[in-house]
Design a binder for this molecule. Structure first.
Ligand code: SF4
Length: 502
């Protein structure tokens, strides 16, 4: 009898989640890598595939956010309500029982969500008797989780390389696993040939605004060393062959995929590869394909090939500024990209929408520098992406600030801890300012609705109290903050036209 293995992409529990990047690319790779073993029978259960969500009680640990995440129908609204994104644990456990899986491998991709993976692992162990293996970024970043972990095994490294060996041990020992260590580490010198030359086949397809979409990845790792990021410490930069990327694009095209999202961390880094890739993309764009890079593209990489990129069928460019202050980015070992981003923004007007992200709350930055960042992006034909700082275990910068023992606080929505001089309320006020500016950037005209919102924004600036509008349209006083917000500013809308606000 073959070993029945389930690869499980679990639901997410948070105030917010975007399903657009939920396709379990890592598990798809693993499934194809395991397909060559006839003693295995491998399936995927993607708990987020249907895109369903359900409001659930907010965990008590997040009670401190109640005054910030209120129900708000205004342009300033943020999150309201904690949700489960994906199928319930009951559905998952019943599926495992009904199909009598021997082994369940759960992907745990983010330390802040790992707590929920442990709850699921415990239920699967208790209610189904399956052997449970957990792997993914959360394990790689934080091996402390292994000690009290409920799963049988924690694998640290690429599943395509580790799982064939571990599953063979389980198969050959008839499930007698007591001789194996709980933490299975990866030999970091081995090259993932499977990733370099192959691509995953899909049985199900995600959609993006009604069009069939797929996520792909052409490279792993990053050559930069931003100190708030863990990517560079895990992988040396490596890249697939252009032939395998071409084969994957052809496969996706022949299966009706209209939108391809690149998930690389350092997309378009290799100039020669970038040129080849863009010419492939242009070819598939003439056949109706469009492209995204939702995980971001480094502005300098994009700038080097901007003319080709503008013709390649991108729906949008996602760029990361982090800060417009050179001393802030240099402090974090990151290139200063302000001027390049400005050029890309203006070259892209009317062709490709540009979203530029800043990180609010970094050590070395201040409320004032963050406001400067926001006003800089307000003056460009781009949408502002606002990322509150969140901590990652195992990253020196955050370890020195004190990573919370309860890793659930290590998510952006937790607004947990920031550099000196930032309060949670100030970060929230800056976030709302970005929402307001973005709304003005996409508004057709300066109308009464905008004027009403501006009056409440002005009130917030003067009183340092933010107002929210309930579902009956009545405005109420909300939280207080310290930040000195600009009452007047200039905005460039996404078409390049200037709007003076004040
Ligand atoms: S450029 Fe991006 S992926 Fe690379 S180290 Fe910096 S933050 Fe990480």
């Amino acid at each position: 009898m073959p070993l029945k293995v389930l690869l499980l992409s679990p639901p997410i529990f948070d105030f917010y989640y975007s399903f657009h990047r939920a396709e379990p690319l890592g598990l798809l790779y693993i499934k194809d890598a395991l397909a060559e073993y006839d003693w295995l029978c491998v399936s995927i259960f993607d708990a987020r595939y249907k895109g369903t969500s359900k409001v659930i009680p907010t965990p008590e640990i997040f009670n401190y956010l109640h005054h910030l995440y209120v129900q708000d129908t205004s342009w300033f609204s943020l999150f309201h309500g904690f949700k489960r994104f994906g199928y319930s644990y009951d559905t998952i456990v019943n599926f495992i029982k009904d199909n009598a899986f021997d082994v369940v491998c759960i992907s745990s991709l983010f330390s802040a969500y790992h707590h929920d993976v442990e709850v699921l692992a415990a239920r699967i162990k208790k209610e189904t008797g399956a052997i449970v293996i957990v792997g993914g970024w959360a394990v790689w970043a934080d091996t402390k989780i292994v000690e009290n972990g409920k799963a049988d095994f924690y694998v640290r490294g690429d599943g395509e390389l580790i799982l064939p060996v571990l599953l063979q041990e389980i198969y050959c020992s008839n499930g007698n696993i007591s001789h194996l260590p709980k933490l299975i580490d990866h030999d970091s010198s081995s090259v993932n040939e499977f990733f370099m030359h192959k691509f995953p086949h899909r049985d199900t397809w995600y959609a993006y605004y009604g069009k069939r979409m797929a996520n792909i990845i052409c490279s792993k790792g990053c050559v930069y060393h931003c100190d708030f990021c863990s990517i560079h410490s895990r992988y040396h930069y490596c890249q697939r062959t252009i032939d395998s990327v071409q084969q994957e694009l052809e496969y996706l095209y022949s299966h009706g995929v209209k939108i391809v999202n690149f998930e690389d961390d350092n997309f378009l880094f290799n100039r020669r590869f970038a040129k080849q890739l863009l010419s492939l993309m242009k070819y598939y764009h003439t056949k109706g394909m469009q492209f995204l890079c939702m995980n971001g593209v480094t502005a300098s990489n994009l700038y080097a090939v901007i003319d080709d990129a503008l013709e390649a069928g991108f729906l949008e460019f996602n760029l990361s500024l982090v800060s417009s202050h050179e001393e802030v980015v240099v402090h974090h070992h990151r290139p200063a990209l302000q001027e390049i981003i400005k050029d890309i923004a203006w070259k892209s007007v009317g062709k490709v929408r540009v979203i530029v992200y800043i990180i609010a709350g970094l050590p070395g930055a201040s409320v004032k520098t963050c406001i400067d960042d926001i006003l800089f992006l307000a003056s460009l034909p781009v949408i502002i992406g606002f990322s509150p700082l969140y901590m990652l275990p195992g990253v020196r910068l955050f370890e020195s600030m004190g990573v919370p023992e309860d890793r659930r606080f290590c998510r952006g929505s937790a607004l947990y801890s920031f550099g000196e001089g930032f309060t949670r309320e100030d970060i929230t006020a800056l976030w709302k300012l970005c929402r307001f500016i973005n709304r003005i950037k996409i508004a057709d005209e300066i109308n009464d609705e905008l004027r009403v919102h501006y009056e409440f924004y002005k009130k917030a600036c003067n009183e340092r109290v933010w107002y929210y509008r309930n579902k009956n349209g009545v405005w109420h006083e909300g939280f207080s903050f310290y930040a000195s917000l600009p009452e007047k500013f200039t905005i460039c809308d996404i078409n390049g036209a200037t709007r003076y606000i004040g």
